[in-house]
Write a protein that binds this ligand. Structure first.
Ligand SMILES: Cc1cc2nc3c(=O)[nH]c(=O)nc-3n(C[C@H](O)[C@H](O)[C@H](O)COP(=O)(O)OP(=O)(O)OC[C@H]3O[C@@H](n4cnc5c(N)ncnc54)[C@H](O)[C@@H]3O)c2cc1C
Length: 499
């Protein structure tokens, strides 16, 4: 029998590090067996990346898992609610569509309502827009917010949400949580990493000479990837041929009302800008391809996109889309930016940290004989991140824009076969092939494909036996019910004030 794993060391005090340490504390420090130790070490000289303010609904799983009170969390992180992403100018200049959370209405005749919608569009019936049968996009468009109806009695049953929050305050909040649950917190910069004869990491040497020993390590050192890359040599698979944006300029600006419960993503000459409203300020950024524009132009585009006074200087962040070949190597798992990064378009990076630490618990090694667990975990990570990669590429690739070198490149580039087949099957039959474990379910793909202007050629066989007026009647009923419900909902800013 192998040796037991008792001492976990998390390196890095950004969102990834504190999510990992908090979850480890929640799971391990309460076990009756006891004897576990969790240490987090972070440098006071190397700042956290400090961006990462938009999330997707899985962040609620983290709060539930840690038993965190939502009201307290929202207050302490200056958070707002997020119901959707609004995409402007993506399909063509002037195009405007939504990727809402939640469900598109009920199942009708065992088929999702969006399938009925696709069928009726193909039949050229007169129907409301796809985004009018999503309570999240209707509420978002009207700057309203309401909590989901958990009893399933009203249209609010189809609602789901995530948050926008201050990235620095988020890490601070989890730091408070982790420390209160017994995480040993050390401030220091690691200068040297020591490995045993089989290559496993056994200690970290800080620049001031202190030594931190451990049985298992999490590399949450951000782009530095100190353990997974510099020590263990897990190479990076570069995806910049599919995802050419590689630079972000970020700047906060003053809050303006109404407080939008959505992220605004506007396509630009060489990438896209984000607008993320928090209670205390608005986060803005321009993510662009440095091969297709220069920094001065990019700065001007970002400053022109602001709708209020900037509150700080513009920060520049370089990155490269891709993933580590293996994110679990020897006795080390990389999380967050150290494990790879796509780009911020669908706000999936914090989700991947949460999903990865939950996945780690499913593979939790008891002893040091974990080779099969390690391989299985690595394969699962690759499946997850590749599915997200394809979804992000879709937003660029099917655009009809060709007004700049960037748009000419992304609309003509080779894309992964997995994405090619999804697009082709949708164009022919209106079907989305997804698996049970995919993060983005068919409704998300349909939102983007429809928003980008894709149409299916043939009717859907499973709905062909239904009369058109049956489906159009239900689509209209759902759109009316949502519209009526949202009229009575509170404005998002009032909701947060009365919270
Ligand atoms: C432009 C941009 C926009 C983004 N937007 C989103 C978004 O909207 N939604 C989303 O989910 N994600 C987003 N992300 C990703 C998100 O920011 C990260 O996934 C998240 O913040 C986690 O970062 P991290 O903890 O991995 O790294 P970091 O925050 O960089 O933390 C690294 C930590 O490692 C420590 N460290 C490094 N080297 C050493 C050393 N030698 N010794 C000791 N400590 C060390 C540092 O002190 C620091 O504490 C965005 C990323 C970028 C680049």
């Amino acid at each position: 029998m192998g040796q037991f794993i008792k001492e976990y060391v998390v390196v890095g005090g950004g969102s990834a590090g504190w999510i990992a340490a908090s979850c480890l504390a929640r799971v391990l420090l309460k076990t009756p067996k006891g004897g576990f130790k969790i240490t987090l070490v972070e440098s006071s000289d190397i700042p956290i990346v400090g961006v990462g303010e938009a999330t997707i609904p899985s962040v609620q799983d983290l709060l539930r898992f840690l038993n965190i009170d939502e009201k307290d969390f929202i207050k302490e992180t200056n958070a707002t609610y997020k119901l959707a992403i609004r995409f402007k100018d993506w399909s063509h200049i002037g195009g405007d569509y939504w990727h809402p959370f939640g469900e598109f209405g009920p199942l009708v005749e065992n088929s999702a309502l969006y399938l009925h919608w696709l069928q009726q569009r193909q039949q050229k019936s007169k129907i409301p827009s796809l985004y009018d049968i999503s309570i999240c996009s209707v509420a978002a468009k009207n700057n309203k917010f309401a909590l989901p109806d958990k009893n399933g009695q009203s249209v609010r049953n189809w609602l789901n949400y995530a948050y926008h929050f201050d990235a620095g305050l988020f890490a601070e909040y989890l730091k408070g949580y982790g420390k209160s649950k017994g995480v040993n917190h050390i401030i220091g910069t690691i200068g040297n990493v020591q490995q045993d004869e089989s290559g496993n990491i056994n200690s970290l040497i800080l620049n001031d000479g202190r030594v931190i020993n451990g049985d298992f390590f999490f590399d949450c050192t951000g782009f530095a990837a100190l353990l997974i890359d510099k020590t263990l040599g897990s190479n990076y698979e570069d995806w910049t041929n599919f995802l050419p944006v590689d630079t972000a300029l970020a700047v906060p600006s003053e809050t303006t009302l109404p407080l939008n419960p959505y992220t605004l993503s506007t396509a630009r000459e060489a990438g896209w800008t984000w607008r993320i409203p928090l209670q205390s300020r608005v986060g803005n950024g321009y993510v662009y391809s440095s091969r297709h524009t220069d920094e001065e132009k990019a700065r001007n585009i970002l400053l022109n996109a602001l709708d209020a006074k900037p509150l700080a200087d513009i920060r520049k962040i370089n990155f490269k889309a891709g993933r580590r070949k293996e994110t679990w190597v020897k006795n080390c798992v990389a999380l967050g930016l150290a494990s790879g990064f796509l780009e911020p378009l669908e706000s999936t990076a914090i989700h991947l940290v949460i999903a990865s630490i939950f996945k780690f618990f499913e593979h939790l090694p008891q002893t040091k004989d974990y080779e099969f667990l390690r391989r299985h975990y690595n394969n699962k990570f690759i499946t997850d991140i590749e599915e997200i990669r394809d979804f992000i590429i879709l937003h660029y690739h099917v655009s009809t824009r060709n007004d700049s070198d960037f748009w000419k490149y992304v609309t003509n580039m080779e894309v992964p076969d997995s994405l090619k087949s999804k697009i082709e099957i949708f164009k022919q039959q209106g079907k989305i092939l997804t698996s049970q474990t995919d993060l983005f379910r068919a409704g998300s793909w349909v939102s983007v494909m429809v928003g980008m202007g894709l149409m299916q050629e043939y009717p859907l066989p499973i709905l062909e036996t239904l009369p058109n007026d049956f489906s159009t009647h239900i689509i209209n009923e759902v759109a009316n019910a949502i519209d009526n419900d949202i009229k009575s909902a509170q404005n998002h800013d009032e909701f947060l004030k009365n919270f």
